[in-house]
Design a protein around this ligand. Structure first.
Ligand SMILES: [Zn+2]
Ligand SMILES: [Zn+2]
Length: 264
């Protein structure tokens, strides 16, 4: 089986802990064929202010120092996880024109500018009404991004807020806006990822994958969102099982912004 982890963070992400070489070693130990590093480029700070432009130099240096050491053992690819790009389109487009990029995950981590731009990680989700108010805003932001397909290759962790919310929170009321997002992705020839959240989130993807497939979606990547060596590859095999069960025959890995398909 061809297993690939296409969503991982190194110490160059503010919430990352280890160098790329440690992730690559862990990927080989976990039996992966491919690893894509996707350190953060968020346009919002955690408290909703405009973040400074990313210094791409250290990311490039780390990648080009590390990648040759794994040739023939692990396919290493250079990606980025871009947060809030749709609210800073000019800067985002300028960055995304960099020729070194293999892969771009378009993510929403923060509330909209109108709602203060705070990172969801810092919000309190004890009350259900707060969960649904956040989800309303979250999916509006994601639809705004989905409609701008030059800003992403795959839509990042569509079910992201659920990782911070109580178990009873349901996305059933968001079927229509999720459809809008998935249709925009399919029509633009872009993809989605199954983000396993270090192996914790698998089953929750079932309805999204079924709907995406029914709408003609074919491009899916599998990512653990690992920030440590322990997280690398977590849940990828189960994500591939789920892809087969929901009607997919291939998993994608991006190389120079183009999906390369591997049989499941
Ligand atoms: Zn993310
Ligand atoms: Zn991430």
């Amino acid at each position: 089986m061809y297993y690939s982890d296409t969503h991982t963070h190194t110490i160059l992400s503010m919430d990352g802990h280890v160098p790329l070489s440690a992730l690559a070693d862990a990927a080989i130990d976990a039996g992966l064929s491919a690893l894509t590093v996707t350190d953060h480029y968020d346009f919002f700070t955690e408290d909703g202010k405009k973040a400074p432009a990313l210094d791409w130099g250290p990311t490039l240096q780390q990648f080009y120092e590390t990648a040759p050491r794994y040739e023939g053992r692990l396919a290493l690819r250079l990606g980025i996880e871009m947060g809030a790009g749709a609210f800073f389109q000019e800067e985002a487009r300028s960055f995304l024109s960099l020729p070194e990029l293999d892969f771009v995950i378009g993510s929403v981590h923060n509330m909209s500018p109108e709602k203060g731009g705070i990172d969801l990680f810092y919000l309190n989700f004890e009350k259900l009404e707060d969960c649904y108010a956040t989800l309303d805003d979250y999916f509006t932001c994601m639809a705004h991004l989905a409609a701008r397909p030059d800003l992403y290759d795959v839509m990042g962790h569509i079910i992201y807020p659920l990782r911070y919310m109580p178990d009873g929170v349901s996305l059933l009321g968001y079927k229509d806006v999720i459809d809008v997002i998935l249709k925009a992705v399919v029509e633009a020839g872009r993809g989605i990822e199954i983000n396993t959240c270090r192996g914790k989130t698998i089953g929750a993807w079932w309805p999204i994958l079924r709907r995406y497939r029914a709408l003609g979606g074919e491009i899916v990547t599998t990512g653990s969102d690992a920030h440590t060596v322990e997280g690398v590859g977590k849940g990828i095999a189960q994500a591939c099982d789920l892809l087969r069960e929901t009607g997919f025959r291939y998993v994608a890995v991006y190389d120079k912004r183009k999906p390369v398909f591997h049989k499941l």
